[in-house]
Design a protein around this ligand. Sequence first.
Ligand code: PEP
Ligand code: MN
Length: 367
Amino acid sequence: MKVELNVNPIESWAKTKHKPLLIAGPCSAETPEQLFATAKLLKELGKVDVLRAGIWKPRTRPNSFEGSGEEGLKWLSDVKKELNIPIGTEVANPQHIELALKYDVDVLWVGARTTVSPFAVQEMADALQGTDKAVLVKNPTHPELGLWVGAFERFYRAGIRNLAAIHRGFSTIDKAKYRNVPTWVIPIELKRIAPQIPIICDPSHIGGKRDLIFEISQKAMDLGFDGLMIETHIDPDKAWSDADQQVTPARLGEILTELKVRDENSASRDFNDHLAELREKIDNIDRELLEILATRMAVVEKIGEYKRDNNVTTLQVSRWDEIMKNRSEMGKKLGLNDEFIQEVFKLVHEESIRKQTEIMKAVESKA
Ligand code: PEP
Ligand code: MN
């Protein structure tokens, strides 16, 4: 799949000259004082491109703080005028959009819980037709790339060209480390099929804990993401929503100083020559890998025929167990990541079983 969306580069609407684009501010606008105090310190950092603040909060269960609504928008627009900083908030329906336009919010984002609904996204795209607002689309709560792409297509068809993606991780039952697991392959795949769409990482909602924000942000920079959205609060522990994952503006400043921002390409000739040499090595190694896989599959085919002729099942659980244990040990000795090796051999085994089943079937249908 390739997605041809001619979206504008981030610098054209965010007017930022540096990378990454930085969106920071509280999870929610709570009071005018909290919003202004946070925004003032963020402005002083000199690195924040857009002030974020949630106005309508999609809380999982009722009876939690659900946002300050239109009143909060007024505070947000006052801060915009007073500090001369672009503002952004989450919208989830046409009424939110109407109000956000009324208060001249610069950047609108679609939350993860809304991206999952094509009806809601279409209604919002219709409401935005004819505006030049920037629209950022968070990934849907579950790792389905099609829904994410579909949302971009709906806004694009409505004439929105200032578009970007926000990667905020995916829900899982297993909450061991992250609040929302990053599953980086999904945003990487988005980048591959739609390279024009800028990607912003939201380490706050991925991590769920402030201690994880730096490492997730660094990973996003290592992957060449275009921006970061980081929840920042004047007094994080007292935040009315997402208290555990917010940082102070001062801590945000430290994170930004420590962050290594990488370029996708380098102009250095030496660098490019050496990289080309290393890539040639990789190309050759990959060819050998494929040849070895083909050789392995040829042996699998022989085994399949042998089992068939002797009326033996394709799957022998004990042999499979032995392979997994042994390959995992070998891999560890070679310094390879065990999880990776287990995945590789699971796939190799699956393919071997498929191949042998095909051999058995071929004979059955001949019989
Ligand atoms: C948010 O940004 O505050 C938010 C609710 O995010 P998400 O849609 O990623 O849960
Ligand atoms: Mn939040």
